[in-house]
Design a protein around this ligand. Structure first.
Ligand code: DX5
Ligand code: ZN
Length: 217
């Protein structure tokens, strides 16, 4: 069954504990945390202390998406704060393989992320080392943007690359995922769908999660 990872970027931050509990009750599989530094992306959001604040209030894995330059400097802090999965952008890492090793050494699962304009070939040589591949379907920086459907063939390409290398890793899709765009992502091979606005901006989060997930099967 497709996993759903609501992004707290779209939650009511003043009630973060209740918001996280609400989506957990509604059937969420991960809690997606969008970390932005104002350099790699044109927006500043949250740091390790928010991860630390959320951590005691959920048993769901915290899926931390780092949209920051030089992520190596903060990996230890995020894992100590409670991150279960730490994903870094190919475009932000000078020594990607080393960064992935660092995440594993800290005891978290490692994910690698590519922007819509970045080819899947850029992750070919680290594919065997990661637990998750995150394909951006918007240009990172903000919630509520429009899904870029040109990314869909990349999901199929990654799926094929994983099968050829006989390696198990989850394929996650992030940006503009809602009950209309979810089906194409699942059909192309996505295992995890991040959804910010399509979950947190709805009154009934359980219905929202179900209608994204059950859109296809
Ligand atoms: C974009 C973030 C996404 C975003 C998703 O930079 O990485 O996770 O919060 O929000 P929606 O689902 O509203 O596009
Ligand atoms: Zn994200």
């Amino acid at each position: 069954m497709t996993k759903i990872a609501p992004s707290i970027l779209a939650a009511d931050i003043s009630r973060l504990k209740e918001e996280v509990e609400d989506v957990a009750k509604g059937g969420a599989d991960y809690i997606h945390v969008d970390v932005m530094d104002g350099h790699f992306v044109p927006n500043i959001t949250i740091g390790p202390f928010v991860v630390e604040a959320v951590h005691p209030h959920t048993s769901l894995p915290l899926d931390v998406h780092l949209m920051i330059e030089e992520p190596d400097r903060y990996i230890e802090e995020f894992v100590k704060a409670g991150a279960d999965i730490v994903s870094v952008h190919v475009e932000a890492c000078r020594h990607l393989h080393r960064t992935i090793e660092l995440i594993h050494e800290q005891g978290a699962k490692a994910g690698v992320v590519i922007n819509p304009a970045t080819p899947v070939e850029s992750i070919k040589h680290v594919l065997q080392n990661v637990d998750l591949i995150l394909l951006m379907t918007v240009n990172p920086g903000f919630g509520g943007q429009t899904f870029i459907s040109e990314v869909l063939p990349k999901i199929e390409q990654v799926k094929k690359m994983l099968m050829e290398s006989n390696h198990q890793a989850e394929i996650e899709v992030d940006g503009g995922v809602n009950e209309e765009t979810a089906a194409a992502c699942i059909e192309a091979g996505a295992d995890v769908l991040v959804a910010g606005s399509a979950v947190f901006k709805k009154d009934n989060r359980k219905n929202a999660i179900e209608s994204i997930r059950n859109n296809y099967k």
